[in-house]
Design a protein around this ligand. Structure first.
Ligand code: PLP
Length: 367
């Protein structure tokens, strides 16, 4: 059977999502479990999305609109683009897959950071591409080294801005300088899943400008984070007409289901909801920064809804111990964990639990 499966998937591991709340409750016999492991929206989603969902749920026997016409129109109106410049997907996850299938040939070199969203490397390998890994510098994308990694065989570059898991960002000036130097035959995927959380003024607020200026750029976004629709799976990608047409050939025929389409249209109408989550995230971030600094723990500044934290202990151990006390976080490599910013109540529970788990170390650090 060893030749049964494609060679390219031999070394792949299934994606490991944050542990579900119910699993942890059952395993440890807990009543209260807080999940801060998947950068979800702690206050849910807009009422407008829920209303739209209720209406759409009345008829599930009919296939969704395979073209997602109304949703494309909603994106077009909101972002001042044409319907030909946007393609919705079943979460950004599906689009990462579609992009890989559309562009990456066997033996193509594909550039990405070492600590970034894991689906970039998985889908690259799936297509038989060769990942070229460029280490982060100060937890941040090192664009100069990425430029140096480009060869004649480079096909695509994955850029996550701001980055998951480190939360760091690159400025508009930096990305423009970078794109100016990337050859036009190299595709650049600009994943801005966390764009709505960015506080800094020097961030590229309007990536449509990049897409219009550079014919090799795709801006990929999601409604899973600030819009709170992770459960229903809607993402979207903005690029030029030719790229969108080609992605459209590769995606699944009904890739965004009818509930997803309806909920997304509702959610897009509610800017106040996104403002509310932005403010809550900022408040939570300030609280967590203060508390973590008091504990003498270090972390890079985040422009997202999560913090990449050095707990100075084996992250896997800390993950297990926190879970036993009802907090699910994400262990990263070595001594780093990633924690999502939750409601203030959740943030406080996280800090209390982290103090308990790190206990002695923290006291020593404070001494
Ligand atoms: C950087 C980044 N890109 C893409 C995704 C996938 O998001 P979606 O839920 O839209 O599939 C995530 C999810 O965590 C992410 O962090």
């Amino acid at each position: 059977m060893s030749n049964f499966f494609r060679n390219e998937i031999k070394d792949l591991a299934p994606y490991k999502p944050g542990r579900p709340i119910e699993d942890v409750k059952r395993e440890y016999g807990l009543d209260k479990v807080v999940k801060l492991a998947s950068n979800e929206n702690p206050i849910g989603c807009s009422k407008k999305a829920k209303e739209a969902l209720r209406k759409a749920a009345k008829n599930l026997a009919i296939y969704p609109d395979g073209n997602a016409t109304l949703l494309k129109e909603a994106f077009a109106k909101k972002f001042n683009i044409s319907v030909d410049e946007v393609l919705p997907s079943s979460g950004a996850d599906e689009m990462i897959d579609t992009i890989a299938k559309t562009f990456i040939d066997k033996e193509d070199e594909v550039i990405m950071a070492d600590v970034t969203f894991p689906r970039y490397i998985a889908t690259t390998k799936m297509m038989g591409g060769i990942p070229k890994i460029v280490p982060l510098k100060d937890y941040t994308y090192d664009l100069d080294s990425m430029l140096k990694a480009i060869t004649k065989r480079t096909k695509l570059i994955w850029i996550c801005n701001p980055n998951n898991p480190t939360g760091t960002m690159i400025t508009e000036e930096e990305i423009v300088k970078f794109l100016d130097q990337v050859p036009e035959n190299v595709v650049v995927v600009y994943d801005e899943a966390y764009r709505e959380y960015v506080t800094r003024d020097d961030f590229t607020r309007d990536s449509v400008k990049l897409v219009r200026k550079y014919p090799n750029v795709l801006a990929m976004r999601t409604l899973s984070k600030a819009y709170g629709l992770a459960g229903i799976r809607v993402g979207y990608t903005i690029s030029n007409k030719e790229i969108i047409e080609n992605l459209n050939k590769v995606r699944g025929p009904f890739n965004v289901n009818s509930l997803g389409q309806a909920a997304a249209i509702g959610a897009l109408e509610d800017d106040d909801f996104v403002k509310e989550i932005y403010e809550l995230n900022l408040e939570g971030k300030k609280y967590l920064y203060d508390e973590l600094k008091k504990m003498d723990l270090s972390f890079p500044p985040t422009e997202t809804n999560h913090i990449y934290l050095d707990v100075k202990k084996d992250a896997q151990e800390v993950f297990i111990e926190m879970q036993k006390k009802g907090v699910i976080i994400r262990p990263m490599g070595g001594t780093f964990i990633r924690v999502s910013i939750g409601t203030m109540e959740e943030n406080k529970f996280f800090i209390k639990t982290l103090k308990e788990v790190l206990g002695k170390d923290v006291e020593e650090a404070l001494a």
